[in-house]
Design a protein around this ligand. Structure first.
Ligand code: HEC
Length: 151
C-alpha cells in the first residue's frame, strides 16, 4: 500500500517537471508549404495526414501529450520535427524564395526508406500509414519539382 502511495505521489509530481511547450505558433498563410510550392492535392494530403502533427504548427495534440512521462518524448518529437522541416513555415524568416531543395530530397528519402513517419506514430495513427503508391506519389512530385524549379 505504501509503495502504491509513493508511486501515485511520484506520478503526480512529475506532472510539474519542465517539458517542451505544447503550442501551435501562429504562421503566415503566405509562407506555408501549400502556398509556396502549390503541390497537387494528393501530395498535400499525404503530408497532412502523415507528417503535420510533428512538422507543422497545426499539430493535433493527443491527450497523452498532457500526461508525463509519455508527454516528454511526444513534445520533444514535435519540437525537433519542426526544427528540421516545418510545413507551416516553409519559407524561413527573411526568405522570399524557396531555396532548400535538399529538404525535398530528404523528404523523399525519409518516405522511401520508411524512416518517417516515426514508427510509433503510424501505430497510434493508422491514417498516417503510407502505401507504396503514396511513397511513389511523394518522390515523383519531389523529382518533378526539383527538375522544374530547383537548382
Ligand atoms: C511523430 C512525429 C513525426 C512524424 C509524424 C514525422 N516526423 Fe519527420 N521527424 C521527426 C523528428 C523528431 C525528427 C528529427 C529527427 C532527428 O533529430 O534525428 C524528424 C526529422 C525529419 C526529417 C529530417 C531528417 C531526415 O531523416 O532526413 C525529414 C526529412 C522528415 N522528418 C520528414 C518527415 C515526413 C516526410 C513525414 C511524413 C511522411 C514525417 N517526417 C513525419 C518526427 C516526426
Amino acid at each position: 500500500m505504501k509503495k502504491l502511495l509513493l508511486l501515485a505521489a511520484v506520478a503526480a509530481l512529475i506532472q510539474f517537471a519542465p517539458a517542451p511547450p505544447k503550442t501551435n505558433p501562429q504562421s503566415d498563410p503566405a509562407r506555408t508549404f501549400a502556398a509556396v510550392m502549390k503541390p497537387p492535392a494528393a501530395v498535400q494530403n499525404i503530408f497532412h495526414r502523415a507528417c503535420f502533427d510533428c512538422h507543422s504548427n497545426e499539430t493535433i495534440w493527443p491527450w497523452y501529450a498532457s500526461v508525463a512521462p509519455v508527454s516528454w518524448p511526444v513534445r520533444k518529437h514535435v519540437e525537433d520535427g519542426r526544427k528540421h522541416i516545418n510545413f507551416s513555415e516553409w519559407l524561413k524568416p527573411g526568405e522570399t524564395n524557396f531555396t532548400a531543395w535538399s529538404d525535398l530530397e530528404d523528404i523523399c528519402k525519409a518516405v522511401r526508406e520508411k524512416t518517417m513517419p516515426l514508427p510509433y506514430y503510424d501505430w497510434l495513427h493508422p491514417q498516417a500509414k503510407l502505401s507504396a503508391a503514396d511513397r511513389q506519389t511523394v518522390c515523383q512530385w519531389v523529382d518533378t519539382a526539383i527538375a522544374h524549379q530547383g537548382k
